[in-house]
Ligand binder design. Structure first.
Ligand SMILES: [Zn+2]
Ligand SMILES: [Zn+2]
Length: 342
């Protein structure tokens, strides 16, 4: 099968032919239609996440169809469209798995990092981690729901019933979560790179009542903030912007070091926490919610061989919304821009 292969961190990605993976007894073989790009891919490529399988096929927002199944795999039908998220396997038996916190399982395996992912024509996944996708979403529109949407949703739930929410970094995750927050009756304040007027306009078009640079204070105090950008320097800014009792959630898997902060920023029962990975329950809840909002993902598509371009464009802020690599299906012939009416 065709695959984009990473031989070592910081090395160019190569389009190569590799053997098609074989599903294990509890696994499904998925024929990949598309896979959305995530900032985590950049952290893997750059060597900031230090334990990748090598050589590696990255990609963990995979949309495809069930092609083949292991003898013990259950809960699917052949040909069914499913999504593979970041969490592709957990042990099911540790104290975390037994208490609904499989996202913290020490034996978890992550797609496109510890096992091969979706920038290829086929991928395998433990059957119970394949998520059914809402039928109203075309493939490329569904793909960004699988990490940007899902882990963003987990971060949003960590803010409790906060009404005024600050979103730091208005990329793939924030553009989805802003829509969910508005649907839930919350007020959204968006923070972009200073001077990113296009990003701020995009945020306002998705219901943010205010959008400005991450070096600015919002016009009113926030009840909570979610930091999607991987910059530790945003933590004290977000703590300064929230009210007493508020929470700052760091939603990324990697962040630059946090600066020293005066204790008064945390005083007043403010909380600072991270969100790690996802559970299947998050996936089922969020994918049930997505068509009711309804969420519209804005995506720019790239062909499989253009994966490096997609990652460079993400790094350089060259698009709004999400980037999706198409592997098979109607839109595989070319790269282009898809936009649903918002
Ligand atoms: Zn476990
Ligand atoms: Zn991701």
């Amino acid at each position: 099968m065709r695959a984009m292969l990473l031989s070592a961190p910081k090395k160019p990605l190569e389009l190569v032919y590799v053997p098609r993976p074989q599903p294990g007894p509890d696994e499904l073989l998925i024929r990949v239609r598309c896979c959305a790009v995530c900032r985590t891919d950049l952290h893997v490529w750059d060597g900031e996440l230090t334990q990748p399988k090598l050589p590696l096929i990255m990609g963990h927002q995979i949309v495809g169809t069930v092609e083949q199944a292991g003898a013990a795999a259950t809960g699917y039908t052949l040909g069914q469209r499913v999504g593979i998220p970041w969490l592709a396997r957990a042990c099911g038996d540790c104290k975390f798995c037994r208490s609904g916190r499989e996202n913290l399982c020490g034996h978890a395996r992550f797609a496109g990092y510890e096992i091969d992912g979706g920038y290829a024509e086929y991928a395998v996944v433990q059957a119970q981690f394949a998520l059914p996708l809402p039928g109203s979403f075309p493939d490329v529109q569904a793909a960004p729901l699988l990490c940007a949407g899902l882990i963003g949703y987990r971060a949003l739930t960590m803010t409790g019933d906060a009404e005024r929410i600050g979103l730091y970094g208005f990329g793939s995750a924030a553009h989805i979560i802003a829509q969910v927050a508005r649907f839930q009756g919350r007020r959204v304040f968006a923070f972009t790179r200073p001077g990113d007027e296009r990003g701020q306009e995009f945020a306002r078009s998705l219901g943010a009542e205010w959008a400005g640079g991450s070096d600015e204070m919002p016009p009113s105090t926030l009840d909570a903030a979610i930091i999607f950008a991987p910059a530790g320097s945003l933590v004290p800014r977000a703590l300064r912007a929230i009210d007493r009792g508020g929470t700052v959630v760091c939603a990324g898997i990697h962040m630059s070091d946090l600066p020293s902060i005066p204790y008064e920023l945390l005083w007043g029962e403010r909380s600072l926490r991270s969100v790690a990975n996802l559970t299947r329950r998050d996936g089922i809840e969020f994918l049930e919610l997505a068509p009711r909002v309804p969420i519209h993902t804005e995506v720019r598509t790239y062909s499989l061989s253009d994966l490096e371009l997609a990652l460079d464009d993400l790094r350089n802020g060259q698009f709004t919304g999400s980037a999706v690599v198409t592997v098979a299906g109607e839109s595989s012939a070319s790269s282009g821009r898809w936009k649903l009416g918002i």
